[in-house]
Structures are given as C-alpha cells and as structure tokens.
Design a binder for this molecule. Structure first.
Ligand SMILES: [Zn+2]
Length: 280
C-alpha cells in the first residue's frame, strides 16, 4: 500500500516536473509571439516616412532620425543618409547605404537619415511579369496589376536580372546644393546577369510634395548585399513583382524646428526637378 502511494507520488512529481520544464521552455516564446503580434497589428501596414521629397529637393540633407528608430517601423526601406551620403536600402530588416564607390555598407543603428520611406513587407499581391525589357515595361506591368491608383504600395522583386543600371549620389557639404544639382555628380553602375533584390514604393498622385507622385521609386541590392543603388533601368526574363498594400496608415516625421526645414521654400512646384532627379 505504502509503495503504491510512493509510486503515485513519484509519477505526480514527474508530471509536475515535466509541466515546469515545458512552461519554462514554451512560456517565453508565447510571450514573445504575443508581443510581436501586438507590434504587428500596430505598425505592419503603416507607411513610415521621414521628411518630404520636396524638402530633399530643396537640400534639407541633415539626418534627423537614427536608423535604429527607422528599423522599428519597417524591414523594407529606401531613402538616403545624413548629408545625402548615398542610396539607402532596407531589405529583410538589414539596412545598407550604397555610396559612390558602388559598395553597400551596412548601416549602424546610430547612422541617421534625412529622408526615408519604410514598412514591414507582407506580400498581398503577386504580379507575374513577362520579360521586363526595361523600366518602362516594368512600370506598365506593375500598374496593370495594381487594384487601385489611390494607395501606396511597397514593391519587391527577387531574382536574376539580365541587366540593372543604378546610381549613387555623393555626400554633400554646406552650403548644400539642391538635389537636382547634387545628382549631376552621381556615379552610375551596371550589373549583368546578377541575382539580387529590388525594393521600393509606388505612390499615388496625391502624395505630390511628400513623395514621388503617380509612380515608382526603387533601389537595388545584389544577393551578396555588397553592391546596388537607385535603379535607373533594369531588365529580367520573367519574374514576379511582389506587392504589399500599405494602407491604412501613413506616418510622417518632420524635421525639428531648428534647421533647414524651417527655412526652405516648400511652395514651389518642383515636379520637373523631381523628374530629372528620379529618372536620370
Ligand atoms: Zn532613390
């Protein structure tokens, strides 16, 4: 009788111990998932942007938000860094800047940006692309596959590119020239038969002054994450354009009260300046 009781107690002890071990192993993960789930519902479909495209065109180049902060709002991003020092790209949560030597440098959390767009990329639509002969064909196929021209989309293309032409802009010093002047010193790069990733955004007309209206803005990085830039042209044989619909939220961080943002003229129509900057 006594040995039977001892046996039951031993089994009970083992069950309790197994329970404790399982709790220790599993419970922290449950907490993590819950926390991430909360963050996800708050921010994943938000387009997070620092400053405005017109401020950048008018030479507001001083970095105002650390990359560590931007990273909290997106794993996918494009923009530039403090002083217009190259082309920023965020992909899979890793942030890089491609400088005029063509090299992609990992960005420290302490590096800052004067202009960036970011979001957490979750593919909502896959647009199967025929052969994309050039960037105009890309635009046609992308826009034909978008369900509305009235929202912002994040874009991602992974694959082997027959050809990619990119550029990067040199770091500027004061007095800062306007962006249309600064890009005249850009360096251009060509890639052939390269595997890599393009990320960027397509924005509706109504973002005029804030971002690139009625069109795309895309950056490229090679698969080994060592080179890339602002995409001027590309071609690929077949492929898929992954699209993330980013509404409902748009979150814009404007520069602080002291500094260039409070001085520059943001009332001008800068659409022709923007066209020259983006496409050349
Ligand atoms: Zn760019």
């Amino acid at each position: 009788m006594e040995s039977h009781t001892t046996q039951i107690l031993s089994i009970a002890t083992i069950i309790v111990l197994i329970g404790i071990i399982f709790s220790l192993v599993l419970f922290p993960q449950v907490i993590c998932e819950g926390k991430n789930g909360e963050e996800a519902s708050d921010t994943r479909d938000t387009l997070y942007q620092v400053s405005t495209i017109n401020a950048l065109l008018q030479s507001v180049y001083d970095g105002i938000v650390p990359i560590g902060e931007v990273r909290k709002h997106g794993d996918t991003a494009i923009g530039t860094t403090d002083g217009l020092d190259g082309e920023l790209i965020g992909v899979d949560g890793a942030y890089y800047v491609i400088r005029t030597d063509g090299v992609a440098y990992p960005l420290a959390d302490t590096a800052t940006t004067p202009f960036v767009s970011a979001t957490f990329f979750d593919s909502d639509i896959t647009i199967p692309a025929d052969t994309i002969a050039n960037i105009s064909r890309f635009e046609d196929q992308l826009e034909a596959g978008l369900p509305s021209a009235n929202v912002v989309y994040a874009i991602r293309i992974d694959g082997t590119f027959d050809y990619v032409e990119t550029r990067s802009v040199p770091k500027q010093s004061r007095p800062y020239p306007k962006l249309a002047e600064a890009v005249k010193e850009q360096t251009e790069f060509e890639f052939h038969n390269t595997t890599g990733t393009i990320v960027g955004f397509w924005s509706p007309e109504f973002v005029s002054g804030l971002n690139v209206p009625g069109g795309y803005h895309i950056h490229f990085i090679t698969d080994d994450r060592r080179a890339g830039g602002h995409v001027l042209d590309f071609s690929m044989t077949g492929g898929e354009i992954e699209v993330d619909i980013t509404p409902p939220d748009l979150y814009i961080v404007l520069p602080p009260t002291e500094g260039d943002f409070y001085q520059v003229n943001l009332t001008e129509d800068l659409s022709s300046a923007l066209a020259s900057v983006e496409k050349n």
